[in-house]
Design a protein around this ligand. Sequence first.
Ligand SMILES: CC(C)(COP(=O)(O)OP(=O)(O)OC[C@H]1O[C@@H](n2cnc3c(N)ncnc32)[C@H](O[C@H]2O[C@H](COP(=O)(O)OP(=O)(O)OP(=O)(O)O)[C@@H](O)[C@H]2O)[C@@H]1O)[C@@H](O)C(=O)NCCC(=O)NCCS
Ligand code: ADE
Length: 283
Amino acid sequence: MNEQRIAQAAVNSLHAEVLLAPKPGLVDPESNGAHRDMDVTTFEASIDALAPYFTQYLHAGLAAKTVPQLYQTLRAIGIDAENAMLTATHGVNTHRGANFSFGFLLGALGWLLQQNTLQEVVAAEFAPLFPAVAQVAQGVAGDFRHLGDKAQLSHGEALYVKHGVTGVRGEALAGYPTIREIMLPYLQKTTTQGDLRYLRLMVHLMAQVEDANLLHRGGLAGLRFVQNAAKALLYVSDMRLPNALCTLNAEMITLNLSPGGTADYLSLAYFFDALSLLGTRTA
Ligand SMILES: CC(C)(COP(=O)(O)OP(=O)(O)OC[C@H]1O[C@@H](n2cnc3c(N)ncnc32)[C@H](O[C@H]2O[C@H](COP(=O)(O)OP(=O)(O)OP(=O)(O)O)[C@@H](O)[C@H]2O)[C@@H]1O)[C@@H](O)C(=O)NCCC(=O)NCCS
Ligand SMILES: Nc1ncnc2[nH]cnc12
């Protein structure tokens, strides 16, 4: 059944992301990047904990009667999933953002699949998925209100107060423009396959994404350093790219910079590629 294959594709995409190397500042089998509290095994434990919730997100979309009700269901699943993740990682934040994004994307995809086949969604290059996500995610629009009353702000809330950036919530509320305008055009245009397909995408994303993790860890200077370093890598040959990425990894470790948001987009890229394959194979 497509549903199980879709949920499994989402889980597989998290595995593929953490195993991709070399990823500057991020965890992979060759380096823990700018992280002293996690390695590949931490991510594998996190993925095992999240897997059952990914199926629940999709089923919630397939069963939903209204958008507001779908948001409430996804939020409840999302909080349980995040708690299960933190239990499995002994409190380390491996996939908080990925859980948030996969929750909304799987829920919205399930909602669409009530009226469409996966083939139709893929044939439309996922165009109907993003307004559906934006509609369901309206529930988080209130997250940025009354922050002055809160004793403890999350990283994202603190960044909103300090810089006015809206991070992953802003992406969901806008229907993931980074996926629509950067990721999918790249995946549809490039003929490169294998690790290089995703390493090249990572460089494009690092050059453009307003990554809340970089802002939180290094401020605007840290974000701009990574964006400029990635822009320079756009012109490096395939043969020289791995070494250049290892050199940037060493620099980002020294600066304690880790583009966690970009890592989540890499997972999503593996997922969209898998959906495209599923959507054509079962045509
Ligand atoms: C809604 C929440 C998920 C928001 O949490 P928060 O207020 O912290 O929001 P943000 O900081 O804005 O972002 C959260 C994570 O999203 C990823 N991210 C960052 N920038 C972007 C972007 N531009 N686009 C998309 N996604 C982005 C990123 O997640 C990844 O990085 C984390 C690991 O890196 P690390 O540096 O270790 O992160 P920290 O541990 O936080 O820093 P250190 O202390 O180590 O320095 C990891 O999460 C990756 O996934 C951002 O971190 C949350 O509040 C929430 O509501 N959760 C409940 C679940 C839910 O509601 N689900 C919705 C229904 S489906
Ligand atoms: N491989 C990775 N390294 C660091 N943070 C991440 N968040 C998601 N994937 C990650």
